[in-house]
Ligand binder design. Sequence first.
Ligand code: MN
Ligand code: MN
Length: 314
Amino acid sequence: MTEYNQPLGGNELARFSGPNTFMRLPQAESAADLDVAVLGIPMDIGASWRSGTRFGPKQIRAESAMIRPYNMATGAAPFDRMQVADIGDLPINTFSLSDSLRIIRESYEAILTHDVIPVAMGGDHSITLPILRAIAKKHGPVALVHVDAHADVNDEMFGERETHGTVFRRAWEEGLIIPDKTFQIGIRGSGYAATDFTEAQGWGFRQFPAWDLWHKSLRDLGAEIRRDIGDRPVYVTYDIDSLDPAYAPGTGTPEIGGLTTPQALELIRALSGLKIVGCDLVEVSPPYDPSGNTALTGANLLYELICVLPGAAA
Ligand code: MN
Ligand code: MN
């Protein structure tokens, strides 16, 4: 019988001590023999406005120390059924975005030689493109659940084609995602042109702007997405700025009028049963997060994502 790793409990060792791993899980040297590998990608050189997401993984890990193993709302007991560990941070090159994206892709290709689900703590959103390159190499084009204030479908920024604002245009161009199984949820804010969002609808992307979701439960939308994706492999990318800045102020490009924390929980919980092959939580910027609330929220959303991975459900 497998001995599953357990998060170090608050009654075993005071929560403010011990290892700075996600939920104080054991640290593993590699993804071998794991069902789920949590990892950090401490990077902010793909961001266009405020920086600071290089400190995201460290702060998310710190805030995750308070999370307990059992999900009281859903009954999920992920650490009773899956082998989960924190495999540390990827060794990005903070002086070169393009080299960092190469390192991320190659690291993911190595991780994905194992039968493991990688769960990434960003980092700015530029990390998701090399992740999707590696994911698609293994699984083929994937369905995508993309929760974000921004569509991230710019063509270029300052002439650069790989930034945190161009990720999903590149992913579409490179055939990494299934366009009509790509769901963008929570988009809003002001644009450079009136067509900023709608061009991607022409590629097949399904968009759910925040203003259409205000005051509504996201349970039905989540269930609709789950039905629509069916048994296809799916990647979930969660930009913390999808939440309203009232809930998640510590981020690089905040937009008012966002989703609420209960909506985020409803959406993630509705994805249970999908064949999730990887996920990330990006854009937590601790220097803009003096209370730690954004990192705390990010840590909890990662925990909720782990609770809906295949193999976690009761
Ligand atoms: Mn984004
Ligand atoms: Mn965003």
